[in-house]
Design a binder for this molecule. Structure first.
Ligand SMILES: [Zn+2]
Length: 297
């Protein structure tokens, strides 16, 4: 059925329900892919889902860019709370050093769904972030433009078997523990999203945790990172980027967004029992419209 005919059918059905059932009828027309609250809506699973009214990641902004290769692919769409949070984190990590840039790779296609690059990334709740890197003297480097660079347990760039990089100067790159940790801390501490997973290799996870412990970073962040950072068992080890996945917002769960896998202990209360929903699109918009937070948005 064409999109417009489908929409007309839905509207007819909804109108009938509202006439018959008043307010109860109105809620009955909400459902997966049928009705929205006019913010972005993620439906289904991250590996079998769709995306409605998505936000689009700009290809450039304060403290970040989408390098050429990923800008050309155009998988730049996601739920608005995720894209906003990543942009805020990039500003936070950059601090006063305007040369620092986070490289953002794939989010989801315009309407979500399958793509030839990913099994997941289907419902706007997954995003690939390229590791921050420094040179041998510790100076910050721009994100690579052509391909992601792999790092070993020592934080040094390497070419995996059968891979030859086109990226010039790749072997001078080092994994930037300080900024990569700060990025994790910014995302874990953002009140508008709840991280389910950050896929990253076991060796780099260890490096990040030792950095955090040695530098006396907050215990809550270290404890969250221990459970959320994970080398996936059924996918490449992720030693060339972070793959971040967030839980469905409560508003999107109402519209058919489905989480799979664990709900971490530190998220259980807000996830299950109500309490303060950490992301409420309406309240969050009102909050960021106030002068105090306006600079953050
Ligand atoms: Zn990914």
């Amino acid at each position: 059925m064409g999109e417009r005919r489908r929409l007309r059918a839905i509207l007819r059905r909804c109108a009938g329900l509202v006439v018959a059932g008043g307010l109860a009828g109105l809620t009955a027309c909400a459902g997966p892919n049928l009705w929205t609250d006019w913010t972005s809506v993620s439906t289904g699973h991250s590996n079998g889902g769709r995306l409605r009214h998505p936000a689009k990641m700009p290809t450039k902004g304060e403290g970040f860019e989408v390098p050429k290769r990923w800008a050309e692919r155009g998988n730049l769409y996601g739920v608005d709370e995720l894209l906003d949070a990543v942009q805020r984190a990039a500003v936070q990590v950059r601090g006063a050093d305007e040369t620092v840039k986070l490289g953002i790779a794939d989010v989801s296609p315009l309407r979500g769904g399958r793509s030839r690059w990913h099994r997941s990334h289907q419902s706007g709740r997954d995003i690939d972030l390229i590791f921050y890197s420094v040179d041998e003297e510790g100076a910050s480097l721009d994100p690579p433009t052509l391909e992601m660079i792999h790092y070993d347990g020592e934080g040094e760039a390497y070419e995996p078997k059968k891979v030859t990089y086109e990226e010039e100067g790749w072997d001078a790159r080092r994994f930037d523990e300080a900024r990569n940790w700060r990025l994790m801390e910014a995302l874990l501490g953002d009140p508008t999203i709840r991280l389910q997973w950050v896929f990253v290799s076991e060796a780099l996870k260890e490096r990040l945790l030792s950095y955090a412990t040695e530098n006396e970073r907050p215990t809550w962040a270290i404890e969250y990172a221990k459970v959320v950072l994970r080398q996936p068992a059924d996918a490449p080890p992720h030693d060339d980027h972070f793959h971040v996945r967030i839980y469905c917002s409560r508003a999107d769960r109402f519209h058919g967004c489905v989480d799979r896998g664990p709900v971490w202990h530190h998220e259980k209360k807000t996830y299950k029992y109500g309490g303060a929903e950490r992301y409420d699109p309406v309240r969050w918009r009102m909050a960021v419209a106030t002068p105090v937070l306006a600079g953050l948005h």
